[in-house]
Design a protein around this ligand. Structure first.
Ligand code: C2E
Ligand code: MG
Ligand code: MG
Length: 729
């Protein structure tokens, strides 16, 4: 019996293959010499362990499953298992495990293993091994690289997520995180936790900071016995993501303290560095495409979306509005007389002004809505989320106010206004193109009816735009066809005497009849035709006044309206001097009317030119005062002679008591500044009374006659006394 046992023992000990037995309590009870040779563990060390302790972590579960299957009655068979050895790293064994019943108690495990590390394996065996060793992890990485080169990630975020997920598999850990760094520290851009939690804590800040600072890959892998003092984790690997040699951020993977031992594969460092490189390339490419996309869709000067992006946003807004059956407003914005600023002050000032206006408009439009620059001095806003058309219109009013505030550019204080046109989805059009076209046409209507205002699109809008085009064509021929005529409106002093005549232009078209200047002057200004027309009026008016004097009428002052474009001409003063010289009219009988909004646009420049004109001996009147937004204090800086208070002032007085007080205050202040005051639009006795009480020096209005023909004026001058009668009545 003992001889038999000795024989068996000797067989057990000298067998070239590894053999062991293990008790149900999970301790190896016997190991043979081959076990000691292959694993490097002494018999004494081995009996402290279970065979399972030797199996690499990724296969532990498999071994447990094998044992369970055996308990359930499965037939023993050989498996390829990798174990960690004490002496020579990982060794691949072909292992056969079986259970041996031991007289009634729990079965012993017997194991027989053959070292196949150096053996040439059959292809099926290789496949088997690949599945079960870390080769599999790296083949997983190869697959990943392949996927990377063929995947079109929708976003960096998607790419980050994929890298982290794959990294966890490759390094066989549960957590990965990608951080982005700047001066303030890091932000977690993406994180992966196999368990579904959110990885944070030391793993993120401590290691990530270290990696970001040193710009080097950092690894730590704790062996079973030793606890790395620097690394509270079983495993950590992290590397910086360098974009153009700058630390963009870090990527790192780790397994918690309680995780099973994970060895550091010799290639792990290379793998993670490769990962970081391809992430850097992706970031670089993304920022390049982002930049290109931004350039293609934004305006370089203002940074606002351009026409292209506007169209896209509008389409999206319309789609949403259709679903939610809500409204969308399209606002076409065009600055008034911006060209003049560009031409007189230069493009760099013009550009700066555009930037300021763009910023203001953008603030006013607000988040969620779009303001785009269409080019030049044109902007378009898309408004959504308003309750009703009225609140959208209020927003448009706010846009107008925002533009109107003075702009400071270098030494200049600039005043600019805008004209705006609004179209609404769905009533003014169901697609982007039509809505834009209709907002544009509404904007033109606003321009033609005096600028610095807005109009909503309507069928009338189209008619007006068409009419405007037609009028423009007709006006081109009006001067040469002698269809333009001047009329004179009387101005009467406090004593009821005829004190002056305002020259008013009219257009008598053979078919259309008389066309009022308020309809065609804006068109003439916009097309530049006002220049020849204006100088014709000036000459004609001076000639008429001189003719009357020659004919023996008492000399009377004439007032001629001057448009902004004329006034802005460098040779305007010379033009006036020539007209006076050519007709022989004494300069003191000529008054030039400049509108308030014209002179306020650039107070410094205006006052210079006004002084030049006054040095010729002509008088200057500020026309339509009270319609603009200038303060009375500005008046002080202007070398003017007359202030003409706009007719709307007198007409609105009945509405409120405060207004008549304001009227009186303006007159008093103007008098203090040495200005003569004319009240415009006196239509009835009541208004005349108000004007007189306020202290106006001259009155003008239908009460004394509208625009009169030459012969009507002549008979009026002959019967001047009639006016006195009317005043005393
Ligand atoms: P404005 O210089 O303020 O001229 C006064 C306007 O008010 C004239 O209109 C006149 O007919 C009108 N008006 C006068 N009294 C009354 C009144 O009691 N009640 C009412 N409701 N209206 C009254 P008009 O002739 O249509 O001229 C409109 C504007 O066209 C003028 O306003 C002026 O700015 C411009 N304009 C007229 N002639 C010329 C011109 O030769 N050159 C330039 N550049 N502009 C001109
Ligand atoms: Mg006038
Ligand atoms: Mg006026």
């Amino acid at each position: 019996m003992s001889g038999h046992r000795d024989e068996l023992t000797s067989l057990f000990e000298s067998a070239p293959d590894l053999m062991f037995t293990e008790s149900p309590t999970g301790r190896m009870t016997r190991v043979n010499l081959a076990f000691e040779r292959i694993t490097g563990y002494s018999r004494a060390q081995a009996v402290e362990k279970s065979f399972l302790d030797l199996v690499v972590p990724e296969q532990k579960q498999q071994v447990e499953q094998i044992l369970q299957d055996l308990k359930d009655g499965a037939l023993p068979r050989a498996y390829a298992l990798t174990i960690n050895t004490e002496s020579s790293g990982r060794v691949v064994l072909q292992v056969l495990l079986q259970l041996v019943a031991a007289n009634g108690s729990l079965p012993l495990i017997q194991g027989f293993a053959h070292d196949v590390t150096d053996r040439r394996l059959t292809s099926t065996e290789i496949q088997l091994l690949e599945k079960t060793t870390e080769l599999a992890r790296f083949s997983r990485y190869l697959q990943f690289l392949h996927r990377l080169s063929t995947t079109n990630y929708g976003s960096l975020q998607e790419l980050f997520g994929d890298y982290l997920g794959t990294g966890c598999e490759i390094f066989d850990v549960s957590r990965g995180v990608l951080t982005q760094w700047n001066e303030d520290g890091f932000t977690v851009r993406a994180a992966h936790d196999v368990a579904g939690g959110h990885p944070d804590g030391n793993g993120v800040d401590f290691f990530s900071a270290r990696v970001a600072k040193t710009k080097k890959t950092f690894t730590c892998a704790r062996t079973l016995e030793e606890q790395d003092t620097e690394c509270p984790y079983a495993f950590y690997i992290g590397t910086p993501i360098l974009v153009n040699d700058q630390v963009y951020g870090t990527i790192g993977f780790w397994a918690g303290q309680d995780a099973p031992l994970t060895p550091l594969h010799p290639q792990a460092k290379e793998v993670i560095e490769l990962m970081a490189k391809s992430i850097a390339i992706a970031i670089n490419q993304r920022s390049l495409t982002d930049q290109l996309a931004h350039q293609a869709t934004h305006d370089a000067l203002t940074g606002l979306p351009n026409r292209l992006l506007l169209k896209e946003r509008l389409d999206a807004a319309l789609q949403q509005a259709e679903v939610g059956s809500s409204q969308v407003a399209v606002v076409f914005i065009d600055l008034d007389r911006f060209k003049q600023i560009n031409d007189t002050l230069g493009h760099s000032i013009g550009d700066r002004l555009l930037q300021q206006i763009a910023e203001r408009l953008n603030d006013e439009v607000g988040r969620g809505d779009t303001l785009a620059r269409m080019g030049g001095d044109e902007f378009t806003a898309i408004l959504t989320g308003f309750e009703n058309a009225e609140s959208a219109v209020q927003q448009v009013r706010d846009l107008l106010v925002a533009v109107r505030k003075p702009c400071r550019v270098e030494a200049y204080e600039l005043f600019i206004t805008a004209s705006m046109g609004v179209s609404f989805y769905p009533q003014d059009g169901r697609d982007a193109a039509l809505l834009l076209r209709n907002a544009d046409s509404a904007m033109y209507t606003a321009k033609n009816s005096g600028k610095n205002d807005f109009r909503c699109f309507s069928a009338e809008g189209i008619a007006a735009a068409l009419e405007k085009l037609e009028l423009e064509n007709l006006l081109r021929r009006a001067l040469e066809n002698k269809e333009l005529h001047i009329y004179h409106q009387p101005q009467v002093d406090r004593g009821g005497n005829l004190a002056g005549l305002e020259v008013l232009l009219a257009w008598d078209h053979p078919k259309l009849g008389r066309i009022s200047p308020s309809r065609f002057i804006p068109i003439a200004e916009e097309s530049g035709m006002i220049l020849p027309i204006g100088s014709w009026v000036l000459n004609q008016a001076c000639q008429q006044a001189a003719d009357w004097q020659k004919a023996g009428y008492a000399p009377i002052q004439i007032a001629v309206n001057v448009s902004a474009l004329q006034f802005g001409q460098a040779n305007f003063v010379a033009t006036v001097a020539v007209a006076l010289a050519a007709t022989g009219l004494d300069a003191k009988y000529l008054e030039l009317e400049l509108t308030e909004s014209l002179v306020m646009r650039d107070v410094e420049q205006s006052s210079r030119r006004m002084s030049e004109l006054r040095s010729l001996g002509v008088r200057i009147a500020i026309d339509d005062f009270g319609t603009g937004y200038s303060s009375l204090s500005y008046l002080r800086r202007l070398p003017a002679d007359t202030l003409k208070i706009d007719q709307s002032f007198l007409h609105e007085i009945e509405v409120g008591y405060g207004r008549s007080q304001l009227f009186e205050t303006i007159v008093t202040l103007a008098h203090n500044m040495g200005l003569r005051v004319t009240a415009e639009g006196v239509e009835n006795a009541e208004q005349l009374e108000l004007a007189r009480q306020a202290g106006c020096d001259l009155v003008q209005g239908h009460l004394f006659g509208g625009p009169l023909s030459v012969s009507a004026v002549e008979s009026m001058m002959a019967r001047a006394s009639e006016l006195v009668d009317r005043i005393d009545r």
